[in-house]
Structures are given as C-alpha cells and as structure tokens.
Design a protein around this ligand. Sequence first.
Ligand code: PDD
Length: 284
Amino acid sequence: MRQVYINGAYMPETKAKISVFDRGFLFGDAVYEVTYVIDRKLVDYQGHMTRLRRSLGEIDMSLAMTDADLLAAHRELVKLNDIDEGLVYLEVTRGAADRDFIFPDASVPNTVVLFTQKKSLMDAPAATRGLNVLTVEDQRWERCDIKTVQLLYPSLAKTRGKAQGADDVWFQRDGYVTEGSSNNAYIVSAEGKIITHETNNDILHGITRKAVMDTLADLGLDFEERPFLVTEALEAAEAFSTSSSGLVTPVVSIDGKQIGDAKPGPVSKQLRQKYIEGIRRRAI
Ligand code: PDD
C-alpha cells in the first residue's frame, strides 16, 4: 500500500487522518507544490521550494519545517513507494483551529502532507498525439501567482471542457490567454517566435516555464513574454503547454480549429526533447 507523509510521520494512506477543522479543508487555506520524479530523482526541486516559500509569504503563513526536513520527506517517500517516475505532491495548510475568518495565532502548527503518484509522463500518449484545447473565461481570483489549493474553478472548467470533448482548457481574460487549467500556455508564430504570458499575478510562475525559457535562450530561439490573443493563437503555427505533470505537451487544436497541420509541431517536439535531456542531467 502507498505510504504517505503527515506531520512528521510516514504511514499507509488509509491510516492518515486530518481534522475536520483543518483550514485547508474549511477555507482552502493552504498552498502546494507538485514535483516531477525521474530516475528516482527530484526535478528542479529547489525551484519548487523557492516558490513554496514565496506562496507562504504572500498569504502570511509560517512553516516550521526547514528545507532539509522537506527534502528528506520528499526523498523518503520516493524511496518508500519505489517511484522511478511520477510526482510528489506537497501541501501545507494553516492547521486546525475553530472556524473563524481571521487567521489563527501563528503558534497553531501547520498540517503538512506529502504523497506520491506513480506515472509515466515521459511516454504520455498526449505528447505524441497532442492536446485539443478549449478557451474559457478566466474566472479565478487575481492572485494566480500564488499556488493555493483553491482549484475549484480550474477543476470545474476542465471537467466541462472534457464533457465537450477537449483534453484541457486555456483561460482567457479580455480575449488574452493567461494560462492553462494547470499549465502555462505558449504559441509559436508563423515567423517561429515563441510567445507566452509574462510572469505577473495573472499566471502561476511555472518551474517548467522557467526551464523552458532557459532552454529557448540556450538554443538561440526567438521568444517574447507578453499576453497573446485567442485570435492570434488560432492562427499560430504551433502551440504547447508546460507543467511538472505534462512536461512540454503539444497542442494540436484550439476551440476546434486545427493548429499547424494538427500534429505536434517541430518546435514543440524539440523543446520537449531538450527539456527532458536537461532534467535528466539536473535532477537530484
Ligand atoms: N500545476 N499554471 C497553473 C495554473 C498550474 O497549476 C501549474 C502546475 C502550472 C505549471 O507550473 P509548474 O511548471 O511549476 O508545474 C502553471 C500542477 C502540476 C498541478 O496543479 O498539478
């Protein structure tokens, strides 16, 4: 049975329990990270922990665990669950306290949970097939840069998208694409320029995004960080998304309109390959 981590202890998933008063449960008062594991090693782990600390800071939440404790917990779970390839999920909540909109005293201990998921992302069928994406209104709050567990809208939007035959949804504000339901969104123009939303409060500052931007610079590919219109995306030569759970995934249609020749394009394929080569080298 899968072993999980909860507040300093490792135990079978059926034994782990959380209080009904946990603020993660009552208020969505929690932040999280998802780290990709390849060859039993953590990918861009430091980036995830830096972003975790930033998310915590933005919502005035303290965390008693040190970076060394967190790393040890990630590694122990990978070992206990024999994860050759997959994901480690980490969630930190503000802990359990009688229900009140005002945050409890900082002395209330956090709830910290980690679990793993075995998954083959490297060979995901979506990478060779490409995704069909629908654009929907971005109805999330205005601090999408904070990785909170308030994921109801993305979950609702993706479920509705799936019911309409799509693989994923891309959010748009005033006609401009912000990002995907759980990934960053990109287009490649007819001239070969890669365009993606700049890192402000409208999007999550993806760890995969950062690695892909570094790869673009290394390859000498032309890119621009700015919002792009849905109408611009429909005319793009290629499109793709990036995330820890999808790596670099080509998009082959948007709102029913085929992108390029409806097959993963050369830029997306090259970036996925270079990204995978890079993470295999740097994983710890
Ligand atoms: N989601 N944008 C959103 C809204 C996300 O939820 C994610 C990640 C990303 C990509 O970030 P990164 O490259 O750091 O994974 C962008 C994770 C995988 C999830 O919620 O499961």
